[in-house]
Ligand binder design. Structure first.
Ligand code: UD1
Length: 429
């Protein structure tokens, strides 16, 4: 299995181009099902998750071609199933539910099950779709959904759910009448999905706020113009933290500064240097940052997907920081691995107390999810000596050309192989 070998303690300096957002690409790829025809999408990142989504589209009967633009033909849909072998690899396959119900009146989607960062139920997806007239049965590990006619309804989410909001949005666009979603997710990725659907003929208002109004239309069709996926704010945020944690200066380009505002507030409060232009942000530091308290929240709060990376940064801060995770239970698994590098972190419930250290030292570490892996890479970039991050496939799910991008700003990083000895015998042995 591939690993990442990092020789740390080098300041990173330079520019990194930001890729299209994984979490916008996944729902938009599924949304093509609702609008029959030939779609063109620009800025779809080449990631394991996006190729899994294209495989799912292929299984449904919608072929695709990856190139400078990704082309997907949804003229015909042959199957209305998201099978277990794909859903278990990528939880976001549950995004097939709304589009298949909208297109076929039927959907059979494997239950995602638990994952490394908690239970992650889909009750809100089902409740919202039931409000539009769908009926569900759970059998054999699958959700079987059916609907004769989708009808607009008013629905208030009990908890803010990003993919829950996206799933119901993709069905509500072709429902009869108007749908009003309250306590909806306001994430930029939901807004990008709405922009894509509107370009296909939908009438969605208020996406990007917690109240979304959808005026149903009888059908959608593929837009003749290509939709460009918005830049990935979590990828950008991760590289900005890399600039600060290594006491260098990293400039992220082709991005939307506003989307990372909650992170920039934290970086500034910690004493980092932050500058913004119309489509770029740079961040760096001269020495150790100051401790700062962070609490995750739905957008526009501090994103849970940046919590692990900021914990790595605060492990080097002057003083003690508190990090409160309010979105997912069980999302502190990176803490135990950071301890292996010498970090001082204690966890009580959903609060991590991080006592910053002047220096950490490299070690072999392993993470069980994507953002946790990113936090270990960041810690390794700043730690003294060599860090080996096992299970690189997590990073391949969400960071396009990670090794190349980091190397381009001066990091000493390379892919390795798990189990290969790291210490060669001296020549005389
Ligand atoms: C999405 C993102 C993920 C991010 C998360 C929170 C994608 C593909 N993934 O995941 O990167 O970390 O948003 O910003 O966009 N919940 C329920 N019932 C439901 C749905 C969710 O109780 O039916 C709970 C979850 O357990 C969690 C919270 O709501 O505690 C937020 O989850 P949600 O926003 O749904 O996360 P995802 O959409 O899966």
């Amino acid at each position: 299995m591939d690993t990442l070998l990092i020789d740390g303690s080098r300041p990173l300096r330079g520019a990194i181009p930001i890729s299209g957002a994984k979490n916008a690409s996944l729902p938009i790829l599924m949304a093509t099902i609702v609008a029959p025809g030939e779609h063109r999408l620009a800025n779809v990142p080449e990631l394991v998750d996006t190729s899994s989504m294209l495989s799912l589209l292929g299984r449904i009967g919608c072929p695709s071609l990856v190139g400078a633009q990704t082309r997907i033909d949804t003229t015909r849909v042959a199957f209305c199933e998201a099978p277990y072998d794909l859903v278990r690899k990528m939880r976001a396959s549950v995004l097939a539910l709304g589009p298949l119900l909208a297109r076929c009146g039927e959907a059979h989607v494997s239950l995602p099950g638990g994952c490394a960062i908690g239970m992650r139920p889909i009750d809100q997806h089902l409740k919202a779709l039931e409000a539009l007239g769908c009926r569900f049965e759970l059998e054999g590990g699958y959700v079987h959904g059916r609907v004769d006619q989708l009808r607009g309804a008013e629905f208030r989410f009990d908890v803010v759910s990003v993919t829950g909001t996206e799933n119901v949005l993709m069905a509500a666009v072709v429902a009869e009448g108007t749908t009003v979603l309250e306590n909806a997710a306001a994430e930029p990725e939901v807004e990008d999905l709405a922009r894509f659907l509107n370009a296909c003929g939908a009438r969605i208002e208020g996406a990007g706020t917690s109240r979304i109004v959808v005026h149903g239309v009888s059908s959608l069709r593929a837009s003749p113009t290509a939709h460009a996926i918005l830049p990935d704010r979590i990828e950008a945020g991760t590289y900005l933290v890399a600039g600060v944690i290594t006491r260098g200066d990293v400039r992220c380009e082709n991005m939307r500064p506003n989307d990372v505002a909650p992170l920039l507030d934290v970086l500034r409060a910690a004493g980092a240097r932050v500058e913004c232009g119309p489509d770029w942000v740079s961040a760096g530091a001269e020495g150790r940052v100051n401790a700062v308290d962070v609490e995750t929240a739905p957008h526009p709060g501090f994103p849970t997907d940046m919590q692990a990376q900021v914990m790595a940064l605060l492990s080097f801060a002057k003083g003690t920081s508190r990090i409160k995770e309010t979105i997912f239970e069980n999302r502190f698994m990176h803490a135990a691995e950071l301890l292996r590098l010498g970090a001082q972190i204690s966890i009580e419930g959903n609060v991590a107390t991080v006592t910053g250290q002047p220096q950490l030292s490299g070690a072999t570490v392993m993470a069980t999810d994507l953002r946790a892996s990113a936090s270990l890479v960041l810690a390794g970039l700043a730690a003294q000596g060599r860090t080996e991050v096992l299970r690189l496939y997590h990073l391949d799910r969400g960071y396009e050309r990670l090794v190349e991008k980091l190397a381009a700003v001066g990091a000493s990083v390379e892919r390795g192989q798990e189990g290969r000895p790291r210490f060669a015998a001296p020549a005389v042995a």
